[in-house]
Every structure is written in structure tokens, then in C-alpha cells.
Design a protein around this ligand. Structure first.
Ligand code: TEU
Length: 566
């Protein structure tokens, strides 16, 4: 397995508009990110992923770009960007930017030209037809919007304010490659590539038998030609890393995007969990992990994330954000950092920030949420019922301002925040976390430090144990010289298990755990040895041996990682 810096990295995602407001206008900004970089460095992340901050009317929070070579005023300006990049590098970290090139804003000059007349030179920068087909878009009932001025429909995979670029047009590709060089020449260290597998469209746009399954938007013929051309024309000339946001993909498809000999992308996010598993389902999660490990390991690199700016915070969506918040947050953190693939931490995840249910649709900002709500209500459904149904997965859940302290607006802004601060900021905030040695923050910090020190967490083979257990996810990560055992009770109830013979009777040393003693690094001495079930599991000074047939019991959301003395 080829070893690289980015495979060993931990990425910290900064949704800058909710991170820290340095000028009191209620929006986070790039100078605010600079002010808080020491916090990210203290956590130990290697890479900062910055969500889009380019010129944009902000219909989709920056994912509708009207000027690829400027910084939107609410984020700052090019000087503040260059200060940020220098400050990230000064701390030994790297910065990757969001590359959003499947579509632009309808306010981009290219689109303003394109819609001005059918024979405008920019017309074919976008996709036009006389009649729509029956496809939906991510955010609207139809993927087509009629343009009165030029008398044709244009295609959009997302909102009507986000017209898709026509990647079949070489002029478009050349414009994008040139823009990529503009940012890479500034010294950024790579790109997170927004829905990059949507660039190629189905020939002829045939109607779909099931328009609600929008997978017709992605993985179409030609996509790999575009990505190989992008790699040849741009990426291979820089020491950068690229992560593709790739919905609707299986491991067999995935390896075509990230295969180490493919000359396309370095790694990918798939969405079999975050898009397709609304609530925690351990059996399904295990199956997904095994299938992606079998499909990618030794061929390409996976990325692991449990939430981001589009997906509800992990402790709310998959854990228990009430009476087991710390336990579930640290248990999922252990999962994130010990699975095969690069871990991505979404801002606030490291202090156990939670999702939020806002009282009315007017309190929500996200265009996807507002459009889904409007569509359902227009069908005659009760607004209250629609709101309740959509709240769990609403993207605003993860976009509330970062909670820095228990002061005015959680220390995020001196003004009025663009989106409500979660009222639990009084208890859940960075200041509290940094003052508590047993906080979630320090647990994440330890996990990151362990990854930096122990290659087995990065390059160790993955072998699942207890496949059928409905509460416990157990697996080993193994290199020739070292093997670690990960035991996670990913449920809110006590769980018991008997380790398989290949593990039993093996002495191990506890490397990290979120044990019930509240210590992040629980050390159990002889006195802590407990009799659990038939056998006696003896812990001593962080070591343990599990006699054959002994019953091992884990507390709700207990996580324990052991180095096995093989
Ligand atoms: O998201 C792509 C996308 O919409 C799905 O893959 C995502 O999981 C879904 O939104 C969940 O509801 C990217 C960006 O991350 C998102 O913020 C943008 O709105 C979208 O593309 C359009 O650029």
C-alpha cells in the first residue's frame, strides 16, 4: 500500500459562515477562521477543508458561484484569503478548497450571457432544451426551468438558481482548468470536489421510469474522461490531494474514481450512510463498511465522515444527545478514527455540538429545506406535520454557529447571528471543553495523536469480529508487527459479548477508551478487575486478558481500543 501524507491526515471542515465572526456582521468570516486557527491546531488536525467562499449571491450558501476568482464580501476579500492560507501553512497545516464546477450561479456572467440569446457564444456553456424530461433535481420537482427570454429550458441538478455547466463543451472545461490553476498557484493543497460525478449527463436526457430516484444525475458515460483530463491538464502538476463528493456510487464504481493507477481522484466520500441511512442501523453500517473495505482496500482510499454541513450532527442523528451525549460522541469518534480511511471532523463535532429543531420554517435558512417544505405543503399536507418530518435531516441542523463560550451568542458574534445559536451553548462550548480534561475535545485530540503515532490505525488491515452482534461493532486493525482490537458498543444499552477464539486468551493493553469512569483514557488496575458473566475479565494497569469463553460486558456507548500482544 503506497504511503502518502494525505492518507495519514485528519481533516477538519470549516463552514466559515458559522465558525467565527470577526467583524460583528453576524456572519463568520475568513479573518475569524484565522483567529481560531490555534484551536484547530490544538485539536491536531492536519488539513482544513474550507467550504466555498467565492463570489456568490448565496442562494445555496456559497454553492452557487457567480465569480470563481473572488471572495464573497461577507467572507472577506482576497487579502484575507491569502492571510488565511499563510496562517494555515505557518501552523504546519494544509488548506483544501471546495471545487464547485458541476454548476454555477444563475448570476454568473457566463449564464447571464448564455440566457441573453440563443446564439450567444456562451449559450453552450450550459444545457438547453425545447422541452423538459421528467427528471427531478435534488432541490426541486423538475431539473428544468423555462427561460422566458430565450424560450428554452435549462438544466439544473440542484436549484433553478444553479444551472449546470455543459462539460461536453471543451471551452467550459478549459475555463475550469484555468480557474483551478489560479487557486493552486496561490498554494492551496487540494480540493474537495462538489458532486464531481455529476459532470457528465445522460445522452439525450431520456425520461426516467422512476424520477424520484435521482441517481440518473450521476456516474454517466464520459465522467472518467473528464476527470482524467482534469488530472492530466491540472492536478498532476501539483502536490495536492483531491476528495470527490460522489453520491450514488458503489465500491465497484468508486474504485474507478480513486484507484491509485486511475489518474483521477485520490479519495472519495460515498453517501450510503449519510444520504441513505436516516437513523442508526448497525447491521447496515457494518455491511456498508465491509463492502467498501473489500472494494477499495489495496486499490484506492476511502474517506470516513459521520456528519458535515449537509448532514445532521452525529450525536443527534446516530447517538444520544441527551443523557449519553459525551459517551456516544466519544464512541462515534473512536469509530471515525479507527475505521479504514481518512477521518473528517465537522466543526463542533469535537465538542459534541448537537442538532436543533427550529420552531418554524421561517427559522430555517437552507434552500433545500424550504423547497422540500413548500413542495409538500403545496400537495395539501399539514405544515406542522411536514416540518416535523423534515427537521431530523434538515441541513440547518449542522449549520448553527460554533459555540465558543457561554457568553453573548456563544461567543460566535458580537452582532445578531445569521442563524440561531443552539440554546445549549451555555453547557456545550469550546471554553468548557478546554477546561475539562475528560471532555470530548481531548478525546478527539488523543485519537488524532494516536493516528499520527501508530500507522496501524491508517494502514492496518481491517477484520470484522462479532458480525452478527446487534450492538457491538468489533474489529481489528493489523500490520505485520502490530494488531489493535476495537470494541464499540454503539447502543444506549449495556452489551455483552464473547470474543472469538482468535482473540480470547490474548493479553492486550488499553490504548484509549471512553470508560464509564469518565476518563478518556481509562486505566483499569487489578482492583478494577470485574467479574462479568461466567469468566473473569482481568484488567491490570491498562492491560486485559480475556480467558476463553469469558463474557465481556460494555457499558452504553463504551469504546475501547486495545493493542493486542500477538
Ligand atoms: O451536496 C451534494 C448533495 O446535495 C448531496 O450529496 C448531499 O448529501 C445532500 O445535500 C444531503 O441532503 C453538495 C454540497 O455539499 C451541498 O451543500 C450543496 O447544496 C450541493 O452539493 C450543491 O452544490
Amino acid at each position: 500500500m503506497k504511503k502518502t501524507w494525505w492518507k495519514e491526515a485528519v481533516v477538519y471542515q470549516v463552514y466559515w459562515r458559522s465558525f467565527y465572526d470577526s467583524n460583528g456582521d453576524g456572519y463568520g468570516d475568513l479573518d475569524g477562521v484565522i483567529e481560531k486557527l490555534d484551536y484547530i491546531a490544538k485539536l491536531g488536525a492536519d488539513v482544513v477543508w474550507l467550504n466555498p467562499c467565492y463570489g456568490s449571491p448565496d442562494v445555496d450558501n456559497g454553492y452557487d458561484i457567480s465569480d470563481y476568482r473572488s471572495i464573497m464580501p461577507k467572507a472577506g476579500d482576497m487579502e484575507s484569503f491569502e492571510r488565511l492560507l499563510a496562517a494555515v501553512h505557518k501552523r504546519g497545516m494544509k488548506l483544501i478548497m471546495d471545487l464547485v464546477v458541476n454548476h454555477t450561479s444563475d448570476q454568473h456572467e457566463w449564464f447571464r450571457q448564455a440566457r441573453s440569446s440563443r446564439d450567444n457564444p456562451y449559450r453552450d456553456y450550459y444545457i438547453w432544451r425545447k422541452e423538459p424530461n421528467n427528471w427531478r433535481s435534488y432541490f426541486e420537482p423538475s431539473a428544468w426551468t423555462y427561460d422566458e427570454g430565450s424560450g428554452e429550458y435549462y438544466f439544473h441538478s440542484f436549484a433553478s438558481q444553479q444551472p449546470d455547466l455543459n462539460w461536453a463543451n471543451k471551452a467550459v472545461r478549459e475555463e475550469i482548468y484555468d480557474m483551478m490553476r489560479f487557486w493552486l498557484d496561490k498554494g492551496i493543497n487540494g480540493f474537495r470536489m462538489d458532486v464531481i460525478n455529476l459532470l457528465a449527463k445522460q445522452e439525450g436526457f431520456p425520461d426516467s421510469e422512476n424520477p424520484r430516484d435521482i441517481s440518473y444525475l450521476g456516474n454517466n458515460p464520459g465522467i472518467h474522461d473528464y476527470l482524467r483530463e482534469m488530472h492530466d491538464e491540472v492536478l498532476r502538476h501539483y502536490d495536492v490531494f483531491t476528495v470527490g463528493e460522489i453520491p450514488f456510487v458503489t465500491p465497484e464504481d468508486g474504485v474507478l474514481y480513486v484507484g491509485e493507477n486511475r489518474g483521477e481522484l485520490n479519495t472519495l466520500f460515498h453517501f450510503e450512510v449519510c444520504d441513505d441511512m436516516p437513523y442508526w442501523d448497525l447491521a447496515r453500517f457494518k455491511e456498508i463498511q465491509q463492502r467498501w473495505y473489500d472494494g477499495l482496500w489495496g486499490r484506492g482510499w476511502n474517506s470516513q465522515f459521520l456528519n458535515n454541513h449537509d448532514h445532521t450532527r452525529v450525536v443527534t442523528r446516530f447517538g444520544n444527545d441527551a443523557d449519553l451525549r459525551v459517551e456516544s460522541a466519544t464512541c462515534f469518534a473512536t469509530l471515525l478514527h479507527t475505521l479504514p480511511g481518512m477521518p473528517y471532523i465537522f466543526q463542533g463535532e469535537e465538542i459534541g455540538m448537537t442538532g436543533i429543531k427550529l420552531p418554524s420554517i421561517e427559522d430555517y435558512d437552507d434552500i433545500a429545506m424550504k423547497n422540500k417544505f413548500a413542495e409538500q405543503v403545496a400537495l395539501g399536507r399539514e405544515p406542522e406535520a411536514v416540518l416535523a418530518e423534515l427537521q431530523h435531516l434538515a441541513r440547518d441542523n449542522s449549520r448553527t454557529p460554533m459555540q465558543w463560550n457561554s457568553g453573548h451568542q456563544a461567543g460566535f458574534t458580537s452582532g445578531q447571528p445569521w442563524l440561531n445559536v443552539n440554546p445549549n451553548y451555555k453547557e456545550i462550548n469550546v471554553e468548557q471543553a478546554l477546561s475539562d480534561p475528560d471532555s470530548i475535545f481531548y478525546y478527539y485530540q488523543k485519537l488524532i495523536a494516536l493516528r499520527r503515532k501508530h500507522e496501524v490505525m491508517v494502514y492496518g488491515d481491517f477484520h470484522m469480529l462479532l458480525e452478527e452482534h446487534h450492538q457491538i461493532f468489533a474489529y481489528t486493525r493489523t500490520l505485520p508487527e502490530e494488531s489493535w482490537l476495537v470494541l464499540l458498543n454503539l447502543s444506549g444499552e449495556p452489551a455483552a459479548c464473547m470474543l472469538p477464539p482468535e482473540i480470547g486468551n490474548v493479553v492486550g493493553e488499553l490504548v484509549i477508551g471512553n470508560g464509564s469512569l469518565g476518563s478518556c483514557n481509562r486505566r483499569l488496575d487489578e482492583s478494577e478487575g470485574s467479574t462479568r458473566g461466567e469468566g473473569k475479565s482481568v484488567y491490570s494497569a491498562g492491560a486485559f486478558s480475556v480467558p476463553e469463553g469469558a463474557l465481556l460486558e460494555l457499558k452504553p456507548y463504551e469504546a475501547a481500543v486495545y493493542r493486542l500482544c500477538v
